[in-house]
Write a protein that binds this ligand. Sequence first.
Ligand code: KIV
Length: 275
Amino acid sequence: MKNTSVSFKKAKTEGVKLTMLTAYDYSTAKMIDECEINGILVGDSLGMVCLGYKDTLSVTMEDMIHHIKAVSRGSKNALIVGDMPFMSYQTSVYDALFNAGRLIKEGGAEAVKLEGGAAVCKQIEAIVNAQIPVMGHIGLTPQSINVFGGFKVQGKDESVAKQLIEDAKKIEAAGAFAIVLECVPAKLAEIITKSISIPTIGIGAGAGCDGQILVYQDMLGMFSNISPKFVKKFAEVGESMKNGFKRYIEEVNNGAFPSQEHTFSIDDKIIDKLY
Ligand code: KIV
């Protein structure tokens, strides 16, 4: 069954958990989609896990469109959410609307995600009014790391906790269909989840959220530059890949690969005519 912004909201009313993972390319999106996930986020984490940047700030609209296109070709039933990169929506409501439209029209996204609370609600409202579903994102918003002073848990003190609850309510009022809660204490995430009627999708926000999301390279053990506490490794694909790469190098060096089995043959009579 095709997942949509409407089915996301329905899942919350029915008490059904939502599952999301990130993806950035066709073949990974196809595998994830075949596992019947609810949503795939083409996150701007792309910058770190695929492009090798130290943070998400350098990711461009062109990067996002390129990867969203590949993911949407690979996915049939998951809701495809495209991340709005840094400075594609903060600058003005016009820019937000224009760039959200590009992710849908050029990339093939079915919804967009943007980071921030009350400060970006005008942008959310305008995008929703243009018939584009919006997913909010509060808590540790990686595009704000220079203000946060690093990748740190948000909402541990009273004022920030209260602000996050207010932000969530404002994002809902602006028309968003879901909100990502990143790196906030589990009890605060539970309060936020209960105080709004749209689903919360947690990452490092505990089990009380309406759904969960992880970066796929993190949960498969494929990315070791940073290892946040909230990531559970569901497989050791990185090790398995490295073993495969090493065996390939070894077998090419010792002549075991390619063997007869992986080689094409030709009639000897033809070979004789080549000398
Ligand atoms: O960019 C991303 O992958 C994200 C998720 C971590 C929620 O925003």
